[in-house]
Ligand binder design. Structure first.
Ligand code: GDP
Length: 280
């Protein structure tokens, strides 16, 4: 429903138009799904535009994997940084890293006599990765930069987000595009796709199998899963845990609880995207 083609085509057109006016794409992803929450459409539309990948919600992700993913992206020629926008992280590093990425371009501008060249960026990301949180923190309240800029419609605003950083106000919601059902399950578990379009039991079967393999202790801690239960196929484990929690045969109730627990961080930190082997 959400990737209704007309809607998508319109969003794509808008994004393409706006990308023409920026120096840098700030793509925000969820650090728990750093690869699955990348929107491939952006790279396609951006056509080699420099990108800073912000792995937000790093406080909820597996710290070791976050580091490995940063290395992996580096090998792919992409600068990625980890961020916890809600809590303590220093947001100014976004501006600093942006300056590093664009160092050559900025040096050229300085050579032409522009003393304090501005970086124009656009923030993109699939729903719920923390775009609004980051924007609200970056943008100094009520300071909109006026004046016409090439390639952008008049009524679009540039917001001052740092000494040398200006952000183009973000186009509407960008739905993730995926064909792989595992990617759908990952995005559902982390909350990037809406509850109406996935089956909680599919998500939980996927997630339990994953946690059994990579984070078994977190299942033991939260649900007192026994060693024998860790060997069970996921559907059997769902039945066992539903009963244990006193939900009788209401498996959906357990599945919804599991998803809520995972999103709230009650199941501990986790990362669902496996780091490609060469990065280890
Ligand atoms: P948007 O849909 O991308 O604009 O996402 P929001 O900015 O609305 O954030 C979605 C939810 O994630 C909100 O409940 C935020 O408080 C929360 N959130 C945002 N950034 C972080 C973060 O770095 N860590 C954690 N734990 N939560 C975050």
């Amino acid at each position: 429903i959400q990737w209704y083609p007309g809607h998508m085509a319109k969003a794509q057109k808008q994004i393409k138009e706006r990308l023409k006016a920026v120096d840098l794409i700030l793509e925000i992803v969820d650090a728990r799904v750093p690869e699955s929450s990348i929107n491939p459409m952006i790279a396609e539309l951006g056509q080699n535009k420099p990108t800073l990948l912000i792995m937000n919600k790093a406080d909820m992700a597996d710290a070791k994997r976050t580091q490995q993913w940063i290395e992996t992206f580096k090998k792919r020629g992409i600068t990625a940084i980890a961020l916890d926008a809600q809590h303590k992280s220093k947001l100014p590093q976004i501006e600093k890293v942006a300056q590093e990425i664009l160092a050559d371009k900025l040096a050229k501008k300085r050579a032409k006599g522009i003393l304090n060249p501005v970086i124009r960026a656009m923030c993109v990301g699939v729903p719920n990765v923390g775009k609004s949180t980051i924007l609200n923190r970056l943008v100094q309240k009520n300071i909109a930069v006026t004046g016409n800029r090439p390639g952008v419609t008049k009524n679009q605003q540039w917001l001052k987000a740092g000494q040398s950083l200006e952000l183009l106000d973000t186009p509407g919601v960008l739905w993730p595009k995926f064909e792989d059902p595992a990617v759908g399950n990952k995005l559902a578990l982390t909350g990037a796709i809406s509850d109406a379009i996935y089956h909680p039991d599919d998500v939980v079967v996927y997630a339990l199998d994953y946690f059994k393999d990579f984070y078994p202790q977190q299942l033991v801690k939260e649900y007192h899963v026994t060693p024998a239960e860790l060997e069970m196929p996921a559907p059997d484990l769902i039945m066992a845990l539903t009963k244990r929690l006193g939900f009788k045969e209401d498996y959906d109730r357990f599945c919804m609880k599991f998803i809520t627990d995972a999103r709230k961080g009650k199941l501990g930190r986790f990362t669902l995207d496996i780091v490609p082997v060469e990065a280890h």
